[in-house]
Design a protein around this ligand. Structure first.
Ligand SMILES: Nc1ncnc2c1ncn2[C@@H]1O[C@H](COP(=O)(O)OP(=O)(O)OP(=O)(O)O)[C@@H](O)[C@H]1O
Length: 215
């Protein structure tokens, strides 16, 4: 199966400092990978480079076989959901936050009915009553699952998660794992949680900007 994501000897530098040194890895469609490593080892830089937020100083990033450049980066962003520790919901109520991306022309045709919003919330063990709540009062763990819900509604297939289950209780975390059991979804998760380690087919470890595959 062809790689969805491939880094070929990718280096990234900022102000003369090497953040990534000749990083090579690939992920097949549906593969679930964990990205580990100490603080400052370069995990977020890998995710940012994949999203086109950092430019390689050497090497090439491929997405579905296409080299990443200012034009193809739009295709990547259309397919990838990046979920960080404190996602910005960007609307007044939770319902409006979930529907926000569908106001744009690119996604208008996918605009989900209320029944689908409720279904996604239930899959993530979030109460449907959350839909009418003000985003200002939403907890960090709920925001992370709402950002994930938005990715699912947008039918994204590749998920980059940056420590998203760190704030979750066991039941909520289980719900996230069940979502990612879907063989259609490709996952690259930064996590330090042994539960993620147990569930990941592939494990990468960052150390001072270098990556090694440990599983
Ligand atoms: N704009 C920048 N200028 C200089 N150094 C940077 C810049 N951005 C990141 N770095 C450095 O690059 C290294 C890798 O950062 P990165 O955020 O990728 O690490 P990380 O493994 O994700 O860390 P954490 O687990 O703490 O989030 C760190 O030493 C960081 O200080």
């Amino acid at each position: 199966m062809p790689a969805v994501i491939r880094f070929d000897e990718v280096s990234v530098g900022v102000d003369g400092k090497n953040l990534l040194s000749r990083v090579s890895f690939s992920l097949r469609a549906g593969e679930k990978a964990l990205l580990g490593g100490k603080s400052g080892s370069g995990k977020s830089t890998v995710l940012k480079t994949l999203l086109g937020m950092r430019s390689p100083t050497a090497g090439v990033v491929y997405f579905n076989g296409q080299p990443l450049n200012p034009i193809t980066v739009q295709n990547i962003r259309r397919c990838i959901a990046y979920i960080g520790q404190e996602p910005v919901l960007g609307a007044d109520t939770v319902r409006n936050a979930l529907l926000l991306p569908f106001q744009f022309k690119a996604h208008r045709h996918l605009s989900p009915p209320d029944s689908r919003l409720k279904d996604v919330l239930q899959r993530l063990r979030l109460p449907v009553g959350l839909l009418s709540r003000d985003c200002a009062g939403i907890s960090g763990g709920e925001k992370q699952r709402l950002a994930l819900a938005r990715g699912l509604l947008l039918q994204k297939t590749v998920y980059l998660l940056d420590e998203v289950t760190s704030a979750l209780d066991a039941e909520s975390k289980q719900a996230v794992f069940e979502v990612f059991a879907d063989p259609q979804l490709t996952l690259l998760a930064v996590a330090h949680d042994p539960d993620w380690l147990e569930r990941s087919q592939t494990v990468f470890e960052m150390h001072a900007g270098q990556m090694t595959r440990t599983r």
